[in-house]
Design a protein around this ligand. Structure first.
Ligand SMILES: [Zn+2]
Length: 452
């Protein structure tokens, strides 16, 4: 007697499924069954169809399915500087002549965050770590668009106006306000929508936070759990300021204050000597590698050395492109230039951008690969795209040739949030128009007249 098929919410078919699990399982003509937001079965399409009766089905013809991409460091409101900062400076907070973060209203942050999150989804990113001022606006945008997100505030007590002119002036009231904002975020949003939105603490950088503020953040983050997100050894100005203030390098200071450990996700890690690299490696911290931003600033982070010393590497776009596949390609090229050899391959960077990134931010049991029991965060690519042929091992062509533009459909928590490249839960055209209009006003204030 044959068993009656069991009910499920969604069946996702694909000519090819790249599960990106640790064994590198690939399925031909496969299907994924989703119930209560999770993957309950995956295998050959004919077998899945016998076992499951779905409320909704996505046909697999012309589709490649893969695990959603995990971007471990980003600041969506900084979309305001995208397309301009790249030719003007490096890190926006330290750059004059552009719209400053402290000019943004909460509604500006929300509008720009929606733009950034739309772009991320469109390029196949299903999980992002996003932190900035007005973090509740970022959480609101992620909640609305359907993206999985770890949100944090931007804790600092360095005065931003002074920082843009190269000075480090610390203000207790600025520090307290940014702590309050991060605490309010956690109280309001942590665990929202069955954990789709999680909140953490994020001290901006060792030079923009005084020792007292870093100690305070550590205390609060220890009580809260989760990760601590920051920038580390990003700029020569940061190294100089920290040395002048404390006599230590940024990693030494973080270590002294108890922040350098396996809970720390630190972006950049560029300007490090051998001792810094050893210290970071020993701590088992995660480097949020931002190759595109680093290269545009003329810099290469020593990530292979950090990895060899014991650090975990994960990938991020750090705002200025939402395309994680592009970031993977840049990571490979930059390390090959840096080490004058074939030191990094497609499979490794794809793992950094999926499973390893998920593990680094404490979501390894939920996302990062397509496996039974994990949340259904699935990206569907158009297998008829000329950039995805010829498909040989499945990884090479994806990383070295494809781009976020090949993404067709995105599913987060078992819900289709992008179909045919369009958002399903919000009006993408209105998001772009609103962001342009707010950018116009902010750039005018910075002395530029946008042409749009
Ligand atoms: Zn950053």
């Amino acid at each position: 007697m044959t068993q009656e098929p069991a009910p499920c919410d969604l069946l996702v078919g694909a000519d090819l499924i790249l599960t990106l699990d640790a064994k590198g399982t690939i399925l031909h003509d496969g299907a994924i069954a989703v119930r209560d937001r999770a993957i309950v079965d995956l295998g050959p399409a004919t077998e899945i169809a016998q076992r499951w009766r779905a409320a909704e089905s996505l046909p697999g013809k012309g589709r490649i399915a893969m695990a959603g991409l995990v971007n471990v460091h980003n600041h969506t409101p900084l979309m305001i500087t995208r397309g301009m900062i790249e030719d003007i400076g490096f890190a926006p907070m330290y750059t004059p002549g552009i719209p400053q973060g402290h000019w943004l209203t909460e509604e500006d942050a929300y509008a720009l965050s929606r733009l950034g999150m739309y772009e991320l989804l469109r390029a196949g990113c299903t999980t992002v770590v996003d932190f900035y001022r007005y973090p509740s606006a970022l959480a609101r945008a992620a909640a609305e668009l359907g993206l999985r997100a770890v949100i944090a505030g931007r804790v600092h007590d360095a005065e931003p106006g002074a920082l843009a002119t190269g000075k480090h002036t610390y203000s207790r009231s600025i520090g307290e306000a940014s702590l309050r904002e991060n605490a309010e975020l956690i109280a309001r949003w942590n665990g929202h929508d069955e954990g789709r939105i999680r909140c953490d603490w994020a001290p901006h950088a060792p030079d923009t936070c005084s020792d007292d503020l870093l100690r305070e953040v550590k205390k609060l983050a220890d009580a809260h759990g989760g990760n601590i997100h920051t920038h580390l050894s990003q700029l020569p100005a940061e190294i100089t300021a920290v040395k002048e203030r404390t006599g230590l390098t940024p990693p030494q200071l973080m270590d002294k204050l108890g922040l350098l450990n396996d809970r720390l996700i630190a972006a950049h890690c560029i300007h490090m000597d051998r001792a810094d690299i050893e210290l970071c490696g020993k701590s088992r911290m995660t480097v949020a590698h931002a190759p595109i931003g680093n290269a545009k600033g003329g810099r290469i982070a020593p990530i292979m050395e950090l990895k060899e010393a014991g650090a975990r590497i994960a990938l991020c776009t750090d705002t200025f492109s939402g395309d994680m596949i592009e970031a993977m390609r840049w990571a490979i090229s930059m390390q090959r230039i840096n080490r004058q050899g074939n030191v990094l391959d497609a499979r490794t960077v794809l793992d950094w951008g999926t499973r390893e990134g998920a593990e680094a931010i404490g979501l390894g049991d939920k996302v990062g690969s397509l496996e039974v029991g994990k949340r259904a965060d699935i990206v569907l690519l158009d297998s008829r795209s000329p950039t995805l042929a010829p498909m040989v091992d499945g990884y090479g062509v994806l990383v070295h040739s494809a781009s976020g533009r090949d993404v067709d459909t995105v599913i987060v928590d078992g819900r289709v949030v992008l179909a045919d490249g369009r958002l399903t839960l919000a009006d993408g055209d209105a998001i772009v128009a609103e962001a342009q209009s707010r950018a116009n006003a902010l750039w005018q204030r910075a002395g530029r007249q946008p042409i749009a």
